[in-house]
Design a protein. Structure first.
Length: 393
């Protein structure tokens, strides 16, 4: 059964080839048959002199066919449209084209009555796109895009070549996703203008910051910093090594946030005029309150330092504590009492904390958010121009 089908298919192909060959031969005879007729009349007609009737019959038939063929040839030569002498491809399409889309390309040519039937259109990468002339209008081409890439299109006829059109074929879905990702990344790198309804003017750079870790936020609100400090941390901190300062011009406070392990340290100071313009002046005001905030849960705890307790005790003592009781007799010989050590002797042995960016020495390394603090003798600190911190001394 398969062999029969194979033979049938082969027979159809041979039949089609015969029909095409017949029409080609017939066309050649119609156009150039007069040449063969003239040759027969000149050279082969004499061979039939022995048969005058047959000679006459062939002569009339071949002469008639030759005349008809010659007339067809003249019509074809005279009235056939000329071939193009100039070709130009024109398109209103943009440089970037979408995949799986049809676009129109127009063909301009000279002379105006030329035929484009033999013009070919070439595309350098058929895998990316195809180009097809319109059946109704030979001056209009359809470009169908298939895959992403760059294609070049040119029209040719004999030795005449048109200009080259170049297009970039892109996938719009891919481009849209890339733009969305780029916008998302750009948004992630920016800081919001507000948090919890509080307008914030944020600055990643602080003047005279030698560490590059300080960030400055300016607000004007009646809301205390500890109420939104945890949300601020989650929104504005990009790294736990950063130190953030929030200046509140309404409450006249300066809050300093930095992270130690799992705790966000929040110190709230009195605001010092224009301290936001210099990193070394930030947090120089009196310490008002300290808080520890769990950076995972946001749980907040108010902290009281040793220096604050000592200061409170000194303030709470009455002035009369320095007076001797009336029933105690003062010793007459003051030389028998042990002498109090002088301030100079005390200072030479006491150690204090300083850093290279500040001008104050401290009793605690965590005071005033010092950068890379280290200990030296108090006398050495004073010799270098350091003075006592108002918060811890």
């Amino acid at each position: 059964m398969k062999e029969k089908n194979s033979k049938t298919g082969g027979g159809c192909l041979i039949t089609c080839l015969k029909i095409i060959g017949f029409f080609l031969l017939f066309s050649l005879i119609l156009v150039f048959g007069w040449v063969a007729g003239i040759i027969w009349l000149l050279f082969f007609r004499k061979k039939m002199d022995s048969e005058p009737k047959k000679q006459m019959k062939y002569t009339i038939a071949i002469s008639a066919v030759s005349i008809i063929s010659f007339v067809i040839f003249i019509v074809y030569v005279v009235f056939a449209p000329p071939t193009p002498t100039k070709l130009e491809l024109v398109s209103d399409c943009k440089e970037n084209l979408d995949i799986e889309t049809d676009y129109v390309i127009n063909v301009n040519y000279e002379p105006e009555d030329a035929s484009l039937r033999l013009v070919t259109y070439e595309i350098d990468n058929p895998l990316l796109a195809t180009i097809t002339p319109s059946e109704d209008d030979p001056t209009q081409l359809t470009l169908h895009t298939k895959q992403e890439g760059t294609v070049n299109i040119v029209a040719k006829y004999s030795d005449i070549e048109s200009n080259t059109l170049t297009f970039n074929i892109i996938d719009p879905e891919r481009v849209t996703k890339e733009k969305e990702n780029a916008i998302q990344e750009d948004d992630d790198s920016k800081y919001p203008d507000s948090i919890n309804g509080i307008d914030i003017m944020f600055d990643e750079n602080v003047r005279n910051d030698v560490t590059g870790r300080w960030r400055l936020a300016r607000v004007a609100t009646t809301t205390s910093t500890e109420e939104y400090a945890f949300d601020y941390y989650k929104t504005f901190f990009k790294d736990d090594d950063e130190v953030h300062v929030i200046v509140n011009f309404t409450l006249n406070t300066t809050a300093i946030l930095n992270v130690f392990g799992d705790t966000i340290s929040l110190d709230i100071h009195e605001y010092v005029d224009k301290e936001e313009h210099d990193a070394s002046a930030l947090g120089g005001g009196l310490l008002l309150a300290s808080y520890g905030i769990n950076k995972e849960t946001g749980a907040i705890e108010e902290l009281v330092g040793e220096d604050t307790e000592q200061e409170d005790e000194e303030i709470s003592q009455p002035e009369s504590t320095n007076e001797q009781p009336s029933d105690v007799q003062e010793p007459s010989d003051t030389t028998s009492q042990p002498a109090e050590p002088s301030t100079e002797e005390t200072n030479t042995t006491q150690m204090v904390w300083i850093d290279d960016t500040g001008k104050k020495y401290h009793s605690k390394s965590t005071c005033s958010n010092m950068s890379d603090p280290y200990q030296i003798e108090i006398s050495a600190a004073e010799n270098r121009g350091y003075g006592p911190c108002k918060k811890c001394y």
